[in-house]
Design a protein around this ligand. Sequence first.
Ligand code: RB5
Length: 143
Amino acid sequence: MKIALASDHGGFTLKEAVKKHLEDRGYETVDLGTHSEESVDYPIFGKACGEAVAGGQADLGVVCCGTGIGISIAANKVPGVRCAVATTPFMAEMTKRHNNANVLALGGRVLEEAEALKLVDIWLDTEFEGGRHQRRVDMLDQM
Ligand code: RB5
């Protein structure tokens, strides 16, 4: 399983922590930047992560900015991407169980590192439920 990572400066520290955490868990990562706290534009990085997932270079993605919001909007512009911001364990679980989110967005200025890593684990370890949710996810993918 390969996971693409991307952030802007507001999510850089969290992205680095997520990368280490995923590698410690045995996942292969693809780091699409940014690579420092120097100010950059989150649309570029959200799009890059979305394209990596939609294009099959990665199975899943995690994107981080200050709130998780801007970079999630950017990732969602790529057809085939279902990116969702999670701020609680319930959101992290449901966005996989019901929405089958293939990119998770996190806010580096919203979450403590330990909280964020817990959300990553919940999202990764939750299975998509399918059934009636499959039809809705298919509708999203056809938009
Ligand atoms: C950058 O200052 C900030 O706007 C960005 O990280 C993010 O929070 C946007 O949604």
